[in-house]
Design a protein around this ligand. Structure first.
Ligand code: GDP
Ligand code: GDP
Length: 457
C-alpha cells in the first residue's frame, strides 16, 4: 500500500485526511501579553509555519486551534496571538483575552519576555490564571543563549514555580518546556470539557456575532424545562447547557456564558472565531446560524466551512425569517442556489428565534444529520452499488486507458470516510459524481463525507 498514490477528493467540502486518529489528551493554551513570542512558540511546537507570525498589528488570523503532537502525545494547541487589542484599556483587555482562552483550555503555558522582565500586565494575567485554577507552565522567552540565562531568575517572583527559559525563535529549551506542560496537561482535570463523555449528543451553536445564537438558545431553553446545568468540570463557569427538545436531551456546548464580554472587545471577531472553532471541535453537530435580514458575509460562510472541514454534521439555520417580505424570500432562494451550492446535502431550517416560529423543526433535522454522520454502509452493499455505477457510467478514457474501480470500503464513520481502490487516477469530476451518487443512494443528508482514492497499478 505504501507505494500507492493517494488522491483526496477536495470537491465540495471534503474532510481533510489529516483528521486526528488518536484522542488528544486535552487542550493547551498559550497565553501572554502581545509580542512576547506566543505565535513564534506555537509555530515552533507545530514544527511548521502554520500560525503565521504577523509583524503588522491588527491582522487577524482565522485559525486559532491546532492538532499538535509532542513525543507521541496528541493534544490541542490554542494560539491566542492572533489578537490585537485597542491601545486604550490594553491591560484589562489582555486579561480578558487570556481569560477566554484559559476557559477553553485544560492547561496553560504563560509566555513572558525575558528581555523585558516582569511587567504589570504579566502580573495581572498571573492573578487571573491563579483564579482559574488551571495548571500553568511559565515560559521565559527570548533567552536566546546561555549568557542570558540569568534573566530567568527574576520570574520566580510570579509564584508559578520554576520558570523555563526558552528561545522560541531558535528552539532552545522548548523540549523541556513541553515535557513539563504536557505532563501537567495529562494529569489535569478535563475542565475544557473537550473529552467529557456525557452520553448526550453534543451540539455547537455557531455563527458570527448577532445572527441570533443567544436568542435561539433562550427560545429552545424556554420551550423545554430548561435544565441549565453545572456539568462536571464546568462548575466555575457553566458554559454547557443541557436542553430537552421533544423529549430528548441535548448538550449545547459553550453557549451564552462568555457573550457579554465579547461584545465589548475590539477583537470580537477573533473571539467569535476562537469560540466557534473550540465549540465545533467538541461537538458532533453544528447548528450554523445565518441572519437572513442582512446580506450573507464571508465570515458567515467561513464559520460554515469550519464546521464542514472539521467533519461535523451540520444543520443550516436561516434565522430572523420574520423580517423577510416576499422580495426578501426570493433573494434568499437565489442565494441558496449560489452561495450554498457546495452544501446542497445540508438541511436548512428557516425559523425565527425571536418568535419561536419553526424552531420545532430543528430536532428532526438534527437527528437526521447525526444519523447520516453515524452511518456505516456494509462493504458488500457499497461494492455492489459502485459496480452498477461504473457499468452505467464508466470513467472517461485517459490516454487510451480507462481507470477502473477495483474495490471500496467505508473506513470509518463520524463522518463517513470511504476509501476507493482504483487502477488509475480518478478525475475530479468523476469523484464528485461518485460522491453525488453515494448521497443519492445512501442518504448522508446533513453530513460531509470523505472519499480518498488509492491507485493500484
Ligand atoms: P506574540 O504577539 O506573543 O504572538 O509574539 P510573536 O510570536 O509575534 O513575536 C513577537 C516578536 O518577538 C517577533 O518580532 C519575534 O520575531 C520575536 N521573538 C519571538 N520569539 C523570540 C525569541 O525566542 N528570541 C528573540 N530574540 N525574539 C523572539
Ligand atoms: P448572537 O450574537 O448570535 O448571540 O445574537 P443575539 O441572539 O444576541 O441576537 C442579535 C440581535 O438579533 C438581537 O437584537 C435579537 O433580538 C435579534 N434577533 C435574534 N433572532 C431574531 C429573530 O428571529 N427575528 C428578529 N426579528 N430578531 C432577532
Amino acid at each position: 500500500l505504501d507505494e500507492e498514490d493517494e488522491q483526496l477528493v477536495q470537491g465540495y467540502f471534503a474532510v481533510p485526511d489529516n483528521a486526528p486518529t488518536q484522542k488528544p489528551v486535552g487542550v493547551l493554551a498559550v497565553v501572554g501579553r502581545p509580542n512576547v513570542g506566543k505565535s513564534t512558540l506555537v509555530n515552533r511546537i507545530l514544527g511548521r509555519r502554520a500560525a503565521v507570525v504577523e509583524d503588522t498589528p491588527g491582522v487577524t488570523r482565522d485559525r486559532v486551534s491546532y492538532d499538535a503532537e509532542w513525543a507521541g502525545t496528541d493534544f490541542k494547541l490554542v494560539d491566542t496571538g492572533g489578537w490585537e487589542s485597542d491601545v486604550e484599556g490594553i491591560d484589562s483587555s489582555i486579561a480578558e483575552q487570556a481569560e477566554i482562552a484559559v476557559r477553553l483550555a485544560d492547561a496553560v503555558i504563560l509566555v513572558v519576555d525575558g528581555l523585558v522582565g516582569v511587567t504589570a500586565s504579566d502580573e495581572r494575567i498571573v492573578a487571573m490564571l491563579r483564579a482559574s485554577g488551571k495548571p500553568v507552565t511559565l515560559a521565559v522567552n527570548k533567552v536566546d543563549n546561555q549568557a542570558n540565562e540569568y534573566l530567568t531568575a527574576a520570574f520566580w517572583k510570579l509564584g508559578l514555580g520554576e520558570p523555563y527559559s526558552i528561545s522560541a525563535m531558535h528552539g532552545r529549551g522548548v523540549g523541556d518546556l513541553l515535557d513539563q506542560a504536557l505532563d501537567q496537561l495529562e494529569h489535569a482535570e478535563q475542565t475544557s470539557g473537550f473529552l467529557t463523555p456525557t452520553g448526550l449528543r453534543r451540539v455547537a451553536l455557531v455563527g458570527r456575532p448577532n445572527v441570533g445564537k443567544s436568542s435561539l438558545l433562550n427560545q429552545l431553553a424556554g420551550e423545554s424545562r430548561a435544565v441549565v446545568n453545572d456539568l462536571a468540570g464546568t462548575t466555575r463557569d457553566p458554559v454547557d447547557e443541557v436542553i430537552e427538545l421533544d423529549g430528548q436531551d441535548w448538550l449545547f456546548i459553550d453557549t451564552a456564558g462568555i457573550k457579554r464580554r465579547i461584545h465589548k472587545l475590539s477583537g470580537a471577531e477573533y473571539y467569535s472565531t476562537l469560540r466557534s472553532q473550540a465549540a465545533i471541535e467538541r461537538s458532533e453537530l453544528a447548528l450554523v446560524l445565518f441572519d437572513v435580514s442582512v446580506p450573507i458575509s464571508d465570515q458567515d460562510l467561513k464559520v460554515m466551512s469550519q464546521a464542514v472541514d472539521a467533519g461535523r454534521a451540520i444543520v443550516l439555520v436561516f434565522n430572523k425569517w420574520d423580517l423577510l417580505d416576499d422580495f426578501g424570500r426570493q433573494r434568499i432562494e437565489r442565494l441558496w442556489e449560489t452561495e450554498f451550492n457546495r452544501v446542497t446535502w445540508a438541511q436548512r431550517v428557516n425559523l425565527s428565534a425571536k418568535t419561536g416560529w419553526h424552531t420545532n423543526r430543528l430536532t428532526r433535522a438534527m437527528n437526521q444529520a447525526l444519523e447520516s454522520w453515524d452511518k456505516r454502509i456494509p462493504t458488500g452493499k457499497l461494492n455492489a452499488f459502485l459496480g452498477q455505477l461504473q457499468a452505467a457510467h464508466p470513467h472517461p478514457l485517459r490516454g487510451g486507458k480507462q481507470p477502473r474501480i477495483l474495490f471500496a470500503t467505508q473506513a470509518s464513520n463520524r463522518p463517513p470516510r470511504f476509501v476507493i481502490f482504483a487502477t488509475g487516477f480518478l478525475e475530479h469530476g468523476y469523484r464528485r459524481y461518485i460522491e453525488r451518487s453515494l448521497r443519492e443512494e445512501f442518504g448522508f443528508e446533513g453530513t460531509p463525507i470523505q472519499i480518498s482514492v488509492k491507485v493500484r497499478e
